[in-house]
Design a protein around this ligand. Structure first.
Ligand code: ADQ
Length: 478
């Protein structure tokens, strides 16, 4: 059996899987790496004065990881710069926040090439390589330049942007062309995949076959839809654990017969946090009788605090939560409990289960796993209601949630009211349909579908050494 090499900016294989902090993705990829005897390669998170390319190999609970340190300038231009100040906002349709600095693009190319320099000598002829996310889009091209002919797949965890916005990126053509060195490109949803295909058709006069093979630049690449999910068994175990149950009891006692709504999101402008708080404020205005009967627990760990935009949104959210609490709170009731901290997964499961409503209202999101975690944590006999943004990738599958437009505070206010008033029979019916989706998109299904599709791709004539392989290109649901 061939080895699997996973490549991502940060390597999240847990040192101690029992610590309860690793997410489903980290666990699922770790399990695959154990099975395929593979390697997880990426940045160590450390900086050094001068890049040496020295590889640190570690064993993390049976998973071999390969880590490389970067120079401060790389971190600044590649990670904080091009990845998080250029591509992230652009892919989330925030061209107003996207910085188009030439040095960022150069740093991105340089750092990807450095990663390729270190990784290429480790690759053996039968290995298959799976590269993750927008930090590493040119990696296949850089590996091909170093003579690597193995199968290389790419999965994008974010949305793909509309063509009209992507063309605001200087050198967008170069970026897209580099993607034709992959054998397979996976997206969470049909919508993101079709936006990619549309760019190629319109900008490059390329073609797309019915099974998702995209041809342009004199080459071709297979595209497919692979909706990510959570590790359902792991999450149910966390929910039923001692700490999971204790957290549920603690939250229920602290709610003191009030209906709790929960939001759990990294502090990021794509998550629609300000819009959510404004929608909740509207709800409190529209429904004075509900004041004192409901509260919102918003759990929001700080992220990317080195980037100015993130410091700005943090300050705005602090102010907004403070203002709403100041205006509406009573001596024994506060409408928003706003926490900037992380919780263990068993604690999160207990928190979700205690919440009558899950508010997942990003303005744009590749998938959104919180929506699936919230559903998995519910009590089947008395489940809560998921309010989900129609702009989350998850909305393509979770159609029995209350789908909302998060840009409209009135619509959010109405959805909150509807969720709180929903009768038990309807809650049960919707939850059962949603839980089926969560189970059908378990993270292990996602992982295995991607790896099988990558193994099956045939790219005759691309000079990648696959000509003559048998088996059709069978990207899942392309
Ligand atoms: P994210 O943008 O990070 O991921 P999401 O899918 O919601 O978004 O995953 C967040 C994860 O972090 C969840 O597992 C959640 O439980 C956890 N988390 C959030 N707040 C937490 C807290 N306070 N304490 C503990 N854990 C917390 C990117 C894309 C998404 C895509 C995923 C996976 O932006 O669209 O779904 O990758 O592909």
């Amino acid at each position: 059996m061939s080895r699997l090499i996973v490549v991502s900016n940060r390597v999240s294989a847990p040192k101690d899987p029992a610590s309860g902090s690793a997410g489903g993705l980290a666990m699922a990829l770790s399990a695959a790496l154990r099975k395929y005897d593979g390697l997880w390669f990426g940045w160590s998170g450390e900086t050094v004065e001068k890049f040496t390319g020295e590889l640190k190999i570690e064993d993390r609970a049976g998973v071999t990881v390969g880590l490389v340190d970067l120079e401060a300038q790389d971190v600044d231009e590649y990670y904080n710069g091009y990845a998080n100040k250029t591509l992230w906002p652009l892919f989330h349709h925030r061209t107003d926040l996207a910085a188009y600095e030439r040095s960022y693009g150069e740093g991105y190319e340089r750092t990807n090439a450095r990663f390729a320099d270190v990784l290429a000598p480790l690759i053996q002829p039968d290995d298959i390589i799976w590269i993750h996310d927008y930090h590493m889009i040119p990696m296949a091209r850089d590996l091909r330049r170093r003579g690597i002919t193995n199968r290389i797949g790419f999965f994008l965890h974010t949305p793909w942007p509309a063509r009209q916005l992507l063309v605001t990126l200087p050198h967008h053509r170069r970026l897209v062309e580099s993607m034709f060195d992959f054998d397979l490109i996976g997206f969470h949803t049909r919508e993101w995949m079709e936006l990619f295909q549309r760019y190629v058709e319109v900008e490059e006069k390329g073609t797309v076959t019915p099974d998702g093979e995209v041809r342009a630049f004199g080459r071709s690449v297979q595209t497919g839809v692979f909706p990510i999910g959570i590790d359902v068994d792991e999450f149910l175990t966390a929910r039923n654990s001692v700490l999971g149950r204790r957290t549920y009891d603690r939250m229920s006692a602290s709610a003191a017969f009030r209906s709790m709504m929960v939001g759990v999101d990294r502090l990021d402008y794509s998550k629609g946090l300000e819009e959510r708080l404004s929608g909740y404020e509207q709800f409190l205005r529209d429904n004075p009788d509900k004041r004192g009967e409901v509260f919102l627990l918003q759990v929001t760990p700080i992220s990317r605090d080195d980037v100015d935009t993130y410091q700005d949104i943090r300050a705005r959210l602090d102010a907004l939560a403070g203002r709403i609490n100041g205006e509406f709170a009573d001596m024994d009731w506060q409408p928003i409990r706003y926490l900037n901290r992380t919780y263990r997964r068993d604690q999160l499961a207990g928190i979700y289960r205690a919440a009558r409503v899950g508010l997942v209202t990003p303005l744009r999101d590749g998938m959104n796993l919180v929506a699936k975690e919230y559903v998995a944590a519910q009590n089947p006999d008395d489940p809560g209601v998921l309010v989900l943004s129609r702009f989350a990738g998850a909305a393509e599958q979770m159609t029995e949630a209350l789908l909302v437009n998060p840009f409209s505070r009135e619509e959010l206010s109405d959805a909150i009211k509807k969720a709180l008033d929903m009768p038990l029979t309807e809650r049960r019916r919707r939850w059962e349909a949603l839980m089926t989706v969560v189970q059908d998109t378990d993270v292990s299904i996602w992982r295995d579908a991607f790896v099988s599709a990558l193994q099956a791709v045939v790219r005759p004539g691309n000079g990648n050494g696959h000509a003559g392989d048998d088996g059709a290109a069978t990207a899942h649901a392309a």
